[in-house]
Design a protein around this ligand. Structure first.
Ligand code: HEC
Length: 120
């Protein structure tokens, strides 16, 4: 009897489907873990992180230029800079650069600066 030439393809396909199924189950598990961790953190800090001035969340508007971990991209590394300096740059801007004045102000600027200065 001659082997059917499509059998290897069917095996590969079955393997692929199995892998996708496995990975999606893994993903759901991880998501639950992350959600649980987040919940714990929030209660420890008395639910403060849920406010509008969440530095870690606000920083999402900076990563496009300063890199995913704020260690530099098109813009310079800002992780670990002095919080006061960051508030100054956000409020007053740097003339002639994409850092326009008022990018973030008040409590938001302070939350974001505190978070960034805590990074390395
Ligand atoms: C459109 C791109 C862009 C975005 C978005 C952006 N930056 Fe910048 N940023 C730059 C560039 C470019 C510089 C360098 C300016 C210069 O030449 O001095 C800079 C400089 C800075 C500096 C000064 C660094 C230093 O060494 O003094 C700080 C602080 C800073 N950015 C913080 C932020 C924060 C916080 C955010 C998010 C709220 C942000 N930036 C969003 C492009 C960007």
């Amino acid at each position: 009897m001659k082997n059917n030439p499509i059998i290897p393809y069917i095996l590969i396909m079955a393997f692929g489907i199995g892998l996708i199924f496995f990975m999606s189950l893994e993903g759901v598990g991880n998501q639950e873990e992350i959600a649980a961790e987040h919940g714990e953190g929030a209660t420890e800090e008395g639910g403060e992180t849920a406010g509008a001035a969440d530095g870690e969340a606000l920083v999402s508007s900076c990563i496009g230029c300063h890199g995913g971990d704020l260690t530099g991209g098109m813009g310079p590394k800002i992780a670990g800079l002095d919080a006061e300096h960051i508030v100054d740059v956000l409020t007053n801007g740097i003339e002639g650069t994409p850092m326009t004045p008022g990018l973030k102000t008040g409590a938001e600027a302070e939350a974001i600066a505190e978070y960034i200065s805590s990074l390395k």
